[in-house]
Design a binder for this molecule. Structure first.
Ligand SMILES: Nc1ccn([C@@H]2O[C@H](COP(=O)(O)OP(=O)(O)OP(=O)(O)O)[C@@H](O)[C@H]2O)c(=O)n1
Ligand SMILES: C[C@](O)(CO)[C@H](O)COP(=O)(O)O
Length: 254
């Protein structure tokens, strides 16, 4: 017997609630000595707070799970309490793990059952514009199991045979066709059940969540990324991030 009052799968996805997991437990070794990267300041405000605000700026996001440095959950709670954040958004804080993948899994494990769409967003990408966040959510709502924002590359990329010892030469093995390559950013968006299955199934070391979904044999959809969604990885990235914030302040007229 059919039940016409039951929502179709497409309608159900369009109405699904969205949560964001923000892995913020990394040390930031490539940025140099100092506090864990997510807690370092950009124009006086911790990078993590910028990232949380970037996610909470989307009206579709009703929960943000911050995955804190393993011994830093109390500090992260104090930071969230001390900064203005949208009241419509709920927050959870969980301690992170040894690798990014472990931290994302710990964040996923903390999600309440009512969230069917999950975004995973690096604290290290504090300046992603809300339009990019919304485009990712929209594509998941439209039915994609996994969505990544991405940009074409400016550099030519070479595949090399990695040196076995420091200083050894690294012969080039191949030059992939640049027009077919994309630099992938976050937030990456997922149907929750798919992302949970990917984290339960894939044990290889991977550098992003979408590649785990690829390993399940599912299609990952690309939407346009944004230059301001770059990852703060090395010291020069801090200079760029502060310049972007200064330009935004000028454009906003304060
Ligand atoms: N064990 C880890 C490692 C990384 N991350 C998070 O994953 C995101 C992307 O990682 P990356 O930029 O590599 O950060 P770090 O691991 O801190 O950087 P590095 O590799 O230079 O130490 C960051 O927001 C980082 O805090 C995490 O939550 N848990
Ligand atoms: C997830 C990611 O930001 C996509 O580009 C990236 O792979 C993270 O890499 P990292 O080495 O953990 O910074």
């Amino acid at each position: 017997m059919s039940d016409d009052s039951r929502p179709s799968p497409t309608t159900a996805r369009a109405e699904a609630r969205t949560a964001v997991v923000i892995p913020a437990a990394g040390r930031g070794v490539r940025l140099g000595p100092g506090a864990p990267k997510a807690l370092r300041a950009l124009n006086g405000t911790p990078m993590l707070i910028h990232a949380v605000r970037a996610m909470a700026a989307s009206r579709a996001v009703s929960l943000v799970v911050v995955v804190a440095p393993p011994d830093g959950a109390a500090e992260v709670k104090s930071l969230l309490d001390a900064h203005a954040l949208p009241e419509r958004t709920d927050f959870l804080i969980v301690p992170g793990g040894a690798e990014r993948q472990d931290s994302v899994k710990l964040g996923l494990d903390a999600l309440p059952p009512e969230y069917d769409i999950v975004l995973v967003h690096d604290a290290a990408r504090p300046l992603v514009p809300v339009d990019t966040v919304d485009a990712v959510i929209e594509a998941v709502r439209d039915g994609a199991p996994a969505v990544v924002p991405a940009l074409p590359l400016a550099d030519t990329v070479k595949e090399v045979e990695p040196a076995s010892a420091a200083g050894d030469p690294e012969p080039v093995v191949a030059t992939p066709e640049r027009a077919r390559l994309r630099a992938v950013q976050t937030p990456q968006g997922f149907d929750r059940a798919t992302l949970v299955r990917a984290h339960e199934t894939v044990t290889d070391n991977v550098t992003d969540d979408a590649s785990m979904v690829e390993q399940l044999g599912l299609t990952v959809v690309v939407v346009p990324g944004h230059e301001e969604a770059f990852k703060v990885t090395r010291p020069l990235d801090l200079v760029l991030a502060e310049a972007v914030l200064a330009r935004r302040r000028l454009n906003d007229g304060f």
